[in-house]
Every structure is written in C-alpha cells, then in structure tokens.
Design a protein around this ligand. Structure first.
Ligand SMILES: CC(C)(COP(=O)(O)OP(=O)(O)OC[C@H]1O[C@@H](n2cnc3c(N)ncnc32)[C@H](O)[C@@H]1OP(=O)(O)O)[C@@H](O)C(=O)NCCC(=O)NCCS
Length: 152
C-alpha cells in the first residue's frame, strides 16, 4: 500500500476527514466493501480524482478475504462508477512484483502502460525509498463511457 498502516484512531480519523472532503469536492470517493452473506467488512476501494476526467483507483482487502474475487468485483464496480460520472482515464499503480494486484487489473480490462521507475514509496515495506511501480489504465472512448477493453 502507498500509505502507512494506521497506528492510532487519530490516523483513521485523519483519513475519514480526507475522504469526506474528497466526496464533497468530487462525484465519488472512497467506498467500503461488505459481505452480502454475513455483513462483515471486507475491505475498501474508491476513486481519487485528479481532474474531472482523470481518476486513480485502488483496493485493499482483509487478508482472510483474499482469493474470493472480491477485489475484482470491487474494481469492476469502480470502473462502472468512473464511466457513469464521465471519467476518461482511470488508472492504478501497483508494486512491480505484485502479481495478484496486476492480475486483478488485467481481469478488469486495464492495460499495462509501463513501469514508473523509483516512483512511489511503500512505507510498510521500505520507508523513504521509492520503488518501481506498474502503471495500468483503462480509457473510456467517449462520453457514453465505452471502455476500450472490457472486463473478462
Ligand atoms: C491484491 C488484493 C487486492 C487481491 O484481492 P483478491 O480479492 O484476493 O483478488 P481476486 O480474488 O479478485 O483476484 C486475484 C487474482 O490474482 C491471482 N493471483 C493471486 N496471487 C497471485 C500470484 N502470486 N501470482 C499471480 N496471480 C495471482 C488469483 O489467482 C486471481 O486471479 P484469477 O481469478 O485469474 O485466478 C489483496 O491481496 C489485497 O488486498 N492485498 C493488500 C492490499 C493491496 O496489495 N492492494 C493493492 C495495492 S496495488
């Protein structure tokens, strides 16, 4: 992840304040994902807008929820939201060795655009040492939101 694991309730309050201000400014923001069967909190996803036409997405799920397709379902939902609100470029960055995350992006029709060398810090892995990331994106061709590549 591109942020340090929260150590205190204040860390989480800080994120919630950021999330609320983002929702006030943009048509979408952070989401929580819940189990339909049990109601348990599974993880989180969302859209982070850079401009009205360009947004970044990502996802994080609890370890005991991995391997059940939830990240793919969450990302597909974010593709739908992005399309609906008129985003043209939806992109995501992931650690260069993160095969599971890359696979999730590819399953949802994202294309690998390249490697950004020494681009992003992963504070839970190597604080203060930017690492290589893969840049994936999906482009919506027009205002009707046709995705160049569809989810498989
Ligand atoms: C990465 C993460 C989101 C995946 O969530 P998930 O719900 O397990 O993902 P899904 O089940 O939807 O899909 C995972 C896919 O990756 C594949 N996969 C898993 N581990 C893999 C590996 N080591 N190498 C290649 N593919 C792998 C799975 O087989 C599956 O593909 P398939 O459906 O074709 O079989 C989850 O591990 C996570 O939350 N990790 C911590 C936070 C994080 O890393 N977020 C991403 C930051 S970029």
């Amino acid at each position: 992840m591109g942020w340090p694991a929260h150590q205190t309730v204040e860390d989480t309050r800080g994120f919630l304040a950021f999330s609320e201000s983002h929702w006030e400014q943009w048509p979408a923001g952070s989401y929580l994902a819940w189990s339909r069967e049990t109601g348990a909190l599974l993880g989180s996803t969302g859209l982070l807008f850079e401009t009205p036409l360009r947004a970044m997405t990502g996802y994080v799920f609890a370890r005991d929820a991995w391997g059940r397709g939830y990240a793919t379902e969450a990302l597909a939902a974010m593709v739908g939201v992005a399309r609906t609100v008129g985003v043209l470029r939806l992109f995501a960055l992931c650690h260069a060795d993160h095969r599971a995350s890359a696979r999730v992006l590819e399953k949802c029709g994202f294309s690998l655009e390249g490697t950004l060398s020494r681009y992003a810090e992963f504070p839970n892995l190597q604080p203060g040492d930017p690492l290589d990331v893969l840049c994936y994106a999906t482009i919506f061709e027009n205002a009707s939101g046709t995705q160049r590549e569809n989810c498989s």
